[in-house]
Write a protein that binds this ligand. Structure first.
Ligand code: FRU
Length: 481
């Protein structure tokens, strides 16, 4: 695989305006030839996508922004890229939304969230600046988007009072006539945390400090914090770095995603009161930096980056990297975040076929709806040359195994992932889209989200007493060149 570490800093930080048109068409051509490019997941036309940003429902549409490096499939100079959709089937591509063209964001318009206020959206992001010694100077910044889609920067809101250079990813919400912001940060003892700010006017912000939980030391940095109330409870969702576990399931990826559900955030003590134990929403290989928002129907929707920092995927050969997960509606039941694919996605389903044993698939974009009652079963997704991945279960756990796929990568992080099995009887949904698999298990309590690379995927086969319904999935409208 072509390795991204061969890129020089100068190459990575080349702005979009300086990329020759011919180089762009060459990248687009390469991407078009990639059979791993998804048909109903959001992915960049070329270059690298990472975190979802600025998610909101505004002016009759869902707005989805994402982190984008245009120069190539590599982490470099970051922009915000913008798409909208009314139904998650038809998308409008608005191109670049925010550029790194000010002194305070000269080295990247980093991640952040959005909040709708009357006829405008306030977009919050981290201005990533580096000095001549390459030291990071992060600030929390704002831009405003009007109803006609025009976006203007409003400048720096918050400077770094007391954290290391890792201070980023603002997420804002409105509560009791006040605005609140959480920022992911590393303190001077090199511990990660979620830092709370409060404001009356969105412009001047008061530093209230880290939100306290029973987890005193949990990793060296928390990226992409999110905080929301749902069904009368308060949820902290974040992407911690440097957390490991001794059990078979938790924190196996280079960086992870975790959440903590509590009763209430006490603004005096800064404690998340009466909280449950920390949990992971996803047990796959590639799930990071999720962000949530509430839409006009009151649904709390989550979208994540299907990818991880510091890992190159084989699509790099085709000049693109990274995609967004399907949108998932969240609920809280018994202290768990329950995720279900947004109902809009049923419009993408073709006619179902009940499958016994084995099924030849015309393309790698389909959904399996699986009814399970038995303890052991397995599903194999493969090609004629003998390459495959398996999703299997016994009474105790689920396993997603990539050992025998065509293009192996990130092997040093393990070839399989396991998730605990919470109940025997359940309905499992498995969404495949060329090089991504999203599996909803334990009745939505967990997912297993992963990239996989099998050339010419041609069949899936079933082992065990399970009922499998196959739905071909239609492509969403093209949102890229
Ligand atoms: C998470 C992250 C964020 C940062 C952004 C930069 O993947 O590292 O913390 O804002 O990506 O692209």
């Amino acid at each position: 695989m072509k390795l991204n570490r061969n890129w020089t800093v100068e190459q990575r930080y080349r702005p979009l305006e300086e990329i020759p048109k011919l180089a762009i068409s060459a990248m687009v051509e390469k991407r078009r030839q990639d059979q791993g490019y998804p048909t109903y997941h959001i992915a960049p036309s070329f270059g690298l996508l990472n975190d979802p940003n600025g998610l909101c429902y505004f002016n009759g549409e869902h707005h989805i922004f994402y982190q984008w490096t245009p120069i190539g499939p590599v982490h470099g100079l970051k922009y915000w890229y913008h798409l909208t959709t009314k139904d998650f089937v038809n998308f409008v591509d608005h191109g670049v939304a925010i550029k790194p063209n000010e002194d305070f964001d000269s080295h990247g318009v980093y991640s952040g969230g959005a909040i709708v206020i009357d006829n405008e959206v306030a977009l919050f992001y981290t201005g990533n600046k580096r000095d001549k010694d390459w030291k990071r100077i992060p600030t929390q910044c704002m831009a405003k988007m009007s109803a006609d889609g025009n976006i203007e920067k409003a400048g720096v809101l918050i400077e770094n009072c007391c954290y290391t250079e890792h201070f980023r990813d603002p997420k804002v919400w409105h509560h009791n006539n006040s605005y609140f912001m959480v920022v992911g940060a590393q303190n001077r003892q090199k511990e990660g945390g979620m830092i709370l700010y409060q404001s009356d006017d969105l412009l001047s912000w008061h530093h209230k400090g880290p939100i306290k939980t029973n987890y005193k030391k949990l990793g060296y940095m928390w990226e992409c914090p999110d905080f929301f109330d749902i069904s009368g409870q308060s949820v902290m969702l974040f992407s911690p770095q440097g957390v490991v576990s001794q059990n078979d399931y938790d924190f196996k990826n280079i960086h992870s995603v975790a959440y903590i559900v509590g009763d209430n955030l006490n603004l005096e003590t800064m404690e998340l009161e009466n909280h449950d134990e920390i949990k992971q929403p996803d047990y796959g290989f590639d799930f990071y930096a999720p962000q949530t928002y509430e839409d006009h129907l009151g649904r709390r929707i989550l979208i994540a980056w299907v990818g991880l920092p510091d890992i190159d995927t084989p699509s790099v050969e085709h000049e693109w990297a990274g995609m967004l997960s399907l949108p998932r509606e969240l609920k809280v039941v018994d202290g768990y975040l329950i995720q279900s694919p947004l109902t809009e996605l049923t419009a993408l389903r073709g006619d179902p076929i009940l499958v016994k044993d084995e099924h030849k698939v015309p393309t790698g974009s389909f959904l399996l709806s699986v009814d399970v009652e038995c303890s052991e079963f397995s599903l194999k997704f493969g090609n004629e040359s003998g390459d495959f991945i398996t999703f299997s279960a016994n009474q105790y756990d689920f396993t997603l195994d990539r050992t025998y796929m065509t293009q192996l990568y990130a092997k040093n992080f393990g070839l399989y992932r396991k998730a605990p099995r919470i109940c025997l009887k359940q309905k499992i949904e498995i969404y495949l889209d060329q090089s991504v698999i999203e599996i909803f298990i334990n009745n939505g309590r967990h997912t297993m989200t992963s990239r996989f690379f099998i050339n010419d995927l041609s069949f899936f086969s079933i082992n065990g007493d399970i009922k499998v319904e196959y739905f071909p999935m239609k492509a969403t409208s093209k949102f890229v060149l």
